[in-house]
Design a protein. Structure first.
Length: 519
């Protein structure tokens, strides 16, 4: 039985309460005293014994209330703490001042792959020798934030933040570590970056050739084989990669794109594979995980794979063969579960012949080739794409343009589109910028690299003859040179003229060295 007794504080009141238990020959198992309240726990007893005991306690002077309770305060706090720790999705490991584990929640069990039974009460360093930051916290009072740990014995990969626990007198009485599973960190990154989701149904087309490509891509999406997406620049290779990911079994996990041509080779290696603390000058303290690690469980898209250097090609080949990576500066390898998608507009077969692309890597990447046709081979799609771009940019630029006339459509379909869909998108954005009416006409369409349909603006025809214009320029050049060179020989050397030619030209234009010496 558990009893809560409230009272007005006075000397001897606890003794009086204890005397009642002695009188009834009952043992007090536990007692907790607070301000004007005392909690007592006894062995279970019958109602016949309970009632007289409670009545006698209530009759003590200065007792204000007596009531039975379900739990002692320490039990209630323990239940609340357990409920909190069970609800927390991060792992929690707490130790006392001797380094023994006192708290270990279910999330920590999941992250560390070790049962609570084998952990509670044991020295931390015996069970998890990798958690040195927590030991540092109780020894020096130091804090550690988001230190990355890989515990090979249990294959645990997580971020840990450690803090000392202090009493009211600032004395360290233990430490606590918060563990974040690296998988949860990846999911959080994916949510915060709000990666756009793109599906096959969103690929605008009416042509049979595109429908055939989409059907093939859909059949490729359901397995984990590497897909090499081929096509000219601007054909939508990244959109197809995103659609492949969205239709795959990995769609709930992260999609990580990287343009291999946009990053210098030395940086690309560290971006893909990550690095350890102190691996090179300028490295982030604590190291950094690479994109292969970040994409673990998801999809990594390597755009412009044809631009990767020979050195990096070797490392990529090893990853594709063994499905293991090693950070720069590390001796540890660990397995990854990543689906690789790659894309290029380069002729890889020609590059193999030239010796600039490894043949073995080519075969590893080219497991499933997917060729995207250029826009000139599916001209039926130009109208639907142009209309879509018109609606988008009219809304974005707050214009009222909502249609394209037949002559403009003819111009669009007659053009070869070397830049493909990306070029069509740019042309429509320019057209919406310049149009003042609701209809796009041929005069609003600027096609080609140099807007070849626009007439060049020529300078006005000069009033003077060519000989007069050249003479003026020659005199101007001589005047500038005379400001710096005051002999005919120096002047001739600079201008590439003989001594005699210089004197003749000076005489022709009425110039002399004396005029410019003061300048």
């Amino acid at each position: 039985m558990r009893i809560k007794v409230s009272y007005i504080d006075r000397v001897g009141i606890v003794f009086d309460i204890a005397y009642i238990f002695i009188h009834h020959q009952l043992n007090i198992i536990s007692m907790e005293v607070g301000i004007n309240v005392i909690f007592l726990e006894t062995e279970p007893m019958s109602i016949e014994l309970e009632q007289p005991l409670l009545r006698d306690i209530a009759q003590i002077s200065d007792i204000t209330a007596v009531a039975q309770i379900e739990l002692m305060p320490h039990e209630e706090k323990a239940e609340q703490l357990k409920a909190v720790l069970d609800a927390v999705t991060d792992g929690v490991v707490a130790i006392d001042s001797h380094g023994c584990i006192t708290q270990y929640n279910p999330a920590a069990e999941k992250i560390m792959h070790t049962s609570t039974v084998h952990v509670i009460g044991k020295p931390l360093t015996d069970i998890f020798p990798c958690c040195l930051s927590l030991v540092d916290s109780i020894q020096s009072g130091s804090k550690s934030i988001n230190r990355e740990i890989f515990f090979e014995q249990t294959n645990s990969h997580y971020l840990v933040s450690s803090h000392p626990i202090m009493d009211r007198y600032k004395k360290i009485i233990g430490g606590i570590a918060i563990l974040k599973d690296i998988k949860d960190v990846r999911k959080m990154y994916q949510k915060l970056t709000e990666q756009p989701v793109f599906k096959f149904d969103e690929i605008l087309h009416t042509s049979k050739i595109m429908q055939k490509v989409i059907n093939l891509a859909k059949s490729y999406a359901y397995n984990d084989s590497t897909v090499l997406i081929r096509g000219e620049t601007g054909t939508g290779k990244e959109l197809f990669a995103r659609a492949l990911h969205s239709a795959s079994s990995r769609s709930e996990n992260i999609f990580v794109p990287i343009n291999c041509a946009a990053i210098p080779d030395t940086l690309l290696e560290s971006e893909l594979f990550g690095y350890e603390d102190g691996a090179f000058t300028g490295a982030t303290k604590g190291g950094k995980q690479g994109l292969f690690e970040l994409a673990n469980g998801g999809t990594l898209f390597l755009d412009e794979i044809g631009e990767v250097s020979a050195h990096l090609q070797v490392k990529l080949l090893r990853v594709l063969q063994e499905r293991k990576i090693r950070r720069i500066g590390s001796r540890r390898e660990f397995s990854i579960d990543v689906r690789l998608l790659a894309a290029t507009n380069r002729n890889l077969e020609a590059m193999i012949e030239e010796g600039t692309f490894r043949e073995d890597l080519y075969y590893r990447l080219n497991v499933i080739p997917l060729f995207l046709p250029p826009l000139r081979e599916r001209k039926e799609d130009i109208i639907v794409l142009a209309q879509s771009f018109l609606q988008r940019f009219s809304s974005k630029l707050h214009k009222q343009a909502d249609s394209i006339n037949e002559q403009a459509f003819q111009v669009l379909t007659d053009y070869d589109w070397p830049g493909n869909i990306r070029e069509l998108e740019n042309v429509m954005e320019r057209a919406v910028n310049v149009v003042e009416t609701k209809i796009i006409t041929p005069e609003h369409l600027m096609l080609g690299r140099h807007a070849a349909n626009l007439e060049p603006i020529l300078p006005a025809v000069p009033e003077k003859g060519l000989a007069d214009i050249l003479a003026e320029k020659e005199r101007e050049i001589l005047c500038r040179a005379l400001c710096h060179y005051h002999t005919s020989r120096k002047l001739g050397t600079v201008l590439g003229l003989s001594h005699t030619s210089v004197l003749k030209k000076l005489q022709k234009y009425g110039l002399s060295f004396e005029q410019f010496k003061a300048k």
